[in-house]
Design a protein around this ligand. Structure first.
Ligand code: C2E
Ligand code: MG
Ligand code: MG
Length: 759
C-alpha cells in the first residue's frame, strides 16, 4: 500500500461516515413524516399516539442534526446551531412529557410543566434567530430586533382576543397554563417577525434562514388552526393538522445540510448595508394599529376591557416606549457620525474646509477679532510622486498631528484639502498669529533622522488679520493666500503677514496678467533694435530685437516688468512667436539695403522645450524669404544647461537649417565649460557685468580676455555686451574682441542704424 492509500483509508472513517449517517437520518426522518401523514389522513386507529411519537422522533433527529452541524461549522455559527439544537431538544422533551401526561390524564395536557418546557423552547428559538449570521452585531441592534418581535406578538393578543378568544369561558382563561397554550401562534409570529427583521436586505438570504422561515410559517399555520379548533372544542389528538409540527422539525433538520455563509465570521465589512425597504421598518407597527382597533372592539357590553387585553396593552405601551428610546438613541449616534463625516477630514481627522468656513463666518458675524493662517506644504507633491500616495498620506497624517499639537488649542486647525491647512485664531487671542506661525514652523522642522531620510516638506504660512477692508470671509482668505505666496517667494519655511502693499501688488499682478493676455492680440507689443557693431570697421551689420509693451495705462514697459509673468503663465510662447516673426520681417527689409544684415532674437527657456520651435522659426523666415543664416537665436546659459537630450537634438536641427545660436549673458551661469563641447553654439555674448568693470577690476579684464581667446579656439563669434564708455570700448578693442553692443554705440531704438557706420 502506498503512502497515499494509507492517508486515504485513515481519512475515510472521519470524512465519509458522518455524511452517510446524516443521509440515512434524513431518509429515516422523512419516512416517519410520510408514515404519520398516511396514518393521520387515513384516520387509522391510534392516530394520537402515532402523531406524538412522530413529532418526538423527528424533533430528536433534528436535535442531533443541529448538534452535528454545530461541531462542523465555524465558531461564529456555533451558537446559532447550538441554540437551535436546544430548541429541537426541548421540543422533543416537551412532546414526550405531553404524550405521557395525555396518556395518563386523557385530556389535552396544557399543564405547567409542558408550558415551561415549550416556553423555554420559544426562548432558545428566539435567541437562535438573534444569533444568526445576518442578525445585528451590536447588543442594541439585537435588543431593537427583539423588541420589534415582542411588539408584534403583544399587538396580536387583542386582535386574537377579538377573533378567537372571545368565545372562551372566562374560567378557562383563569388557568395560566391553558392561556399560554392558546398564545402560541402569537409567539410564532413574534419569531417570524424577528426572522424577517434579521434577514439582512443586502446579500441574498442564507439558505437555512429561508428554510427556517418556511418551518416557522408552517408552525404559525399549525398553531392558529390548533387554537381555533381547541376553542371550538373540535380538536382531538391525532388530527391531520398535527402533521405540520414534525414537518416543521424536518425542515429545521434540512436546514443543517447547507454550507456556512461565506462571510459568517463578520470580517467582511466591505458590503455596505443598504437601507431596509419602508415596509420592513413599518412591519412591527402595522399590528399595533390593528391592536388599537381590537381594544375598542374587545370591550365587553358592560364597558369593561378584559384583563388580558388591558395588561397586554400596558406591556405593549412599555415595549413601544423602550423601542422609541432605542431608536432616538441610535438617531443621536447617527447624527453625530454624519456630522463627523460632513465636517471632518477623513485622512487626518481634523476639521475640513466646510467646518472651517462655517466657524470663520460665525466669528465674523459675531464681530470677533479673528486672524487666519494659511499653510501650504512646500515640496509635498514631490513626496507623493516619488514615494507614492500611501507614503504621502502617512506623512500628511503625521504632520497634521504635529501641527495640531503645536496649535495646542490656541486656534482651530483644519485641513482645507491636499497639502493646504488653515488655522483660525479667534476671540481674545491668547497668542499672536505670528507667534503661532513660528510654533507651526518649529513643529514641522524635521528631526535629525527625518533629515537623513530626506522626505520632509517644509511649510509656507500666510497670515491675514480681519479688518475693515474685508467684506466677507472670502476676502480674508484671499489675503491669507496672497501672504502665503509672498512667504513661498521668500523661500521655504517662512511666514508673511498680508499688508496693504502686498495686497496691492498682488492685485496689480493679477490685473497685469489679464492685460498681458490681450497684449499680443491687440497689437500692444513693440520691438526695439539695438545695434551690434563690428569693432574693427565700426560697421553695423546686425541688431538684437528687444521687446517692449506699450501698456494702455502704464505706458512703455521694459521686458523685466512683464516677461517673468509671461514665463509663469505660459504667455511667453505667443510673445516669442510674435517677436520672431517681426524680427525676421525687419531683417528682410534691411537686407534689401545691406545684403549681409542679420538679426538676433531672444528665446525663453520654455520655448526651447517646445518641439514646435523649429516650425515657428522656419515659418517666420520663409514667410519673408529670409535666409536662415541671417537669424541668431539667443539662449541663456541656464536655459541650455537645463536642457534635455531632446533640447540638444532640437539645437542641432536648428544648426542644420543654418540658424545661428548665441549663448547670451555668458559667464553668469554656474556652468562648467564642458557644455560648450556639446552645445552647437556659434556665438558667445559676454555678460555686461564683466564689461562694466573692465577699467576698474583686473579680474574682469582677465575674464573678458580669456573668453575672447576661448571663443577664438572654439571658432565662435564673440560680442561684448553693455559697452557704455569710451574706456570700455578701448579695453574690448585692445583685448581683440571682434564685436560690441551697448549704449555707447546705440540704445535700443528704431532699426535705422543697420547698414550705417559707427561715427
Ligand atoms: P539681453 O538679451 O541680455 O538684452 C540686453 C539687455 O541689455 C537689454 O535690456 C538692453 O537694453 C540692455 N543693454 C544694452 N546695452 C546696454 C548698456 O550699455 N548698458 C546697460 N545698462 N544695459 C544695456 P532689455 O531690453 O531691458 O532686455 C532685458 C532682457 O529681457 C534681455 O536681456 C533678454 O534676456 C530679455 N528679452 C528682451 N526681449 C526679449 C524677447 O523678445 N523675448 C525674450 N524671450 N526675452 C527678451
Ligand atoms: Mg539677448
Ligand atoms: Mg545679454
Amino acid at each position: 500500500m502506498s503512502r497515499q492509500d494509507v492517508k486515504q483509508s485513515a481519512a475515510a472513517p472521519t470524512g465519509v461516515a458522518p455524511a452517510r449517517l446524516s443521509r440515512a437520518g434524513l431518509v429515516a426522518a422523512g419516512s416517519v413524516v410520510l408514515l404519520e401523514a398516511c396514518w393521520l389522513v387515513a384516520a387509522l386507529p391510534g392516530a394520537a399516539l402515532v402523531s406524538d411519537l412522530g413529532g418526538m422522533l423527528v424533533a430528536g433527529w433534528a436535535t442531533l442534526a443541529c448538534i452535528g452541524v454545530a461541531r462542523r461549522h465555524p465558531v461564529p455559527l456555533r451558537r446559532f446551531w447550538t441554540l437551535l439544537a436546544l430548541t429541537m431538544g426541548l421540543a422533543a422533551i416537551g412532546r414526550a412529557i405531553w404524550t405521557v401526561q395525555r396518556l395518563v390524564g386523557g385530556d389535552l395536557p396544557h399543564t405547567p410543566v409542558v408550558g415551561v418546557v415549550f416556553t423555554a423552547g420559544i426562548l432558545t428559538g428566539t435567541a437562535a434567530l438573534l444569533s444568526s449570521p445576518s442578525a445585528p452585531r451590536t447588543a442594541v441592534g439585537r435588543a431593537r430586533t427583539l423588541l420589534d418581535g415582542v411588539i408584534v406578538a403583544l399587538a396580536l393578543v387583542p386582535i386574537g382576543w377579538v377573533l378567537v378568544f372571545r368565545g372562551i369561558a372566562a374560567a378557562e382563561l383563569a388557568d395560566p397554563a391553558r392561556t399560554l397554550g392558546l398564545l402560541f401562534p402569537m409567539f410564532d409570529l413574534m419569531q417570524l417577525t424577528i426572522l424577517v427583521a434579521v434577514s439582512g436586505p443586502a446579500r441574498p438570504m442564507w439558505r437555512p434562514m429561508t428554510v427556517l422561515a418556511a418551518s416557522l410559517t408552517l408552525r404559525v399555520v399549525a398553531d392558529v388552526v390548533y387554537v381555533s379548533l381547541v376553542v371550538r372544542a373540535d380538536y382531538t389528538a391525532g388530527h391531520p393538522i398535527d402533521l405540520c409540527w414534525p414537518l416543521s422539525y424536518l425542515l429545521i433538520g434540512l436546514a443543517t445540510r447547507n454550507p456556512p455563509p461565506p462571510d459568517c465570521d463578520g470580517t467582511d465589512d466591505t458590503a455596505e448595508s443598504p437601507l431596509p425597504p419602508w415596509w420592513r421598518v413599518a412591519l412591527p407597527y402595522l399590528p399595533v394599529g390593528g391592536a388599537i382597533i381590537a381594544v375598542v372592539l374587545a370591550r365587553r357590553p358592560t364597558g369593561q376591557t378584559p384583563l388580558l387585553v388591558f395588561v397586554t396593552m400596558m406591556v405593549l405601551l412599555a415595549a413601544l416606549a423602550l423601542r422609541q428610546g432605542l431608536a432616538a438613541n441610535e438617531n443621536l449616534r447617527l447624527v453625530a457620525r454624519l456630522r463627523l463625516l460632513a465636517y471632518g477630514d477623513q485622512l487626518t481627522g481634523l476639521p475640513n474646509r466646510l467646518l472651517f468656513n462655517r466657524r470663520l463666518r460665525l466669528a465674523l458675524r459675531d464681530g470677533r477679532p479673528v486672524a487666519v493662517l494659511l499653510l501650504d506644504l512646500d515640496g509635498f507633491k514631490q513626496v507623493n510622486d516619488r514615494f507614492g500616495h500611501a507614503t504621502g498620506d502617512t506623512l500628511l497624517t503625521g504632520l497634521a498631528a504635529r501641527m495640531h499639537t503645536a496649535v495646542n488649542g490656541d486656534g482651530t486647525i483644519a485641513r482645507l484639502g491636499g497639502d493646504e491647512f488653515a488655522v483660525l485664531v479667534d476671540g481674545d487671542r491668547p497668542v499672536s498669529p505670528e507667534r503661532l506661525a513660528e510654533r507651526l514652523l518649529d513643529a514641522l522642522r524635521p528631526s535629525d533622522d527625518e533629515e537623513d531620510v530626506g522626505v520632509h516638506p517644509s511649510a509656507s504660512i500666510g497670515i491675514a488679520e480681519y479688518g475693515p477692508q474685508h467684506a466677507s470671509h472670502t476676502d480674508l482668505l484671499r489675503d491669507a493666500d496672497i501672504a502665503m505666496y509672498a512667504a513661498k517667494a521668500a523661500g521655504k519655511s517662512a511666514y508673511r503677514t498680508c499688508t496693504a502693499a502686498l495686497r496691492e501688488s498682488a492685485v496689480s499682478r493679477a490685473e497685469l496678467i489679464a492685460d498681458l493676455r490681450r497684449a499680443v492680440d491687440e497689437d500692444q507689443l513693440h520691438l526695439e533694435f539695438q545695434p551690434i557693431v563690428d569693432l574693427t570697421t565700426g560697421a553695423v551689420r546686425s541688431a538684437e530685437a528687444l521687446v517692449r509693451w506699450r501698456h494702455p495705462r502704464l505706458g512703455m514697459l521694459p521686458p523685466a516688468k512683464f516677461l517673468p509673468l509671461a514665463e509663469e503663465t505660459g504667455l511667453i510662447l505667443p510673445i516669442d512667436r510674435w517677436v520672431i516673426h517681426e524680427a525676421c520681417r525687419a531683417a528682410a527689409t534691411w537686407r534689401g539695403r545691406v545684403p549681409e544684415a542679420t538679426v538676433a532674437v531672444n528665446i525663453a527657456a520654455a520655448h526651447l522645450r517646445r518641439p514646435d520651435l523649429i516650425a515657428t522659426v522656419t515659418a517666420a523666415t520663409s514667410a519673408v524669404g529670409l535666409a536662415p543664416r541671417a537669424l541668431t537665436l539667443e539662449l541663456t546659459e541656464s536655459a541650455l544647461i537645463e536642457g534635455t537630450e531632446a533640447v540638444l537634438e532640437r539645437l542641432h536641427q536648428l544648426r542644420e537649417l543654418g540658424i545661428r545660436i548665441a549663448i547670451d549673458d555668458f559667464g553668469t551661469g554656474y556652468s562648467s565649460l564642458s557644455y560648450l563641447h556639446r552645445i552647437p553654439a556659434t556665438e558667445l555674448k559676454i555678460d555686461r557685468s564683466f564689461v562694466a568693470r573692465l577699467g576698474t577690476d583686473d579680474r574682469a579684464y582677465a575674464t573678458v580676455e580669456m573668453v575672447t581667446r576661448l571663443a577664438g579656439a572654439f571658432d565662435l563669434a564673440v560680442v561684448a555686451e553693455g559697452v557704455e564708455t569710451e574706456r570700455q570700448h578701448e579695453a574690448v578693442t585692445a583685448i581683440g574682441c571682434p564685436r560690441g553692443q551697448g549704449y555707447l554705440y546705440g540704445r535700443p531704438d528704431a532699426p535705422a542704424m543697420v547698414g550705417q557706420n559707427r561715427s
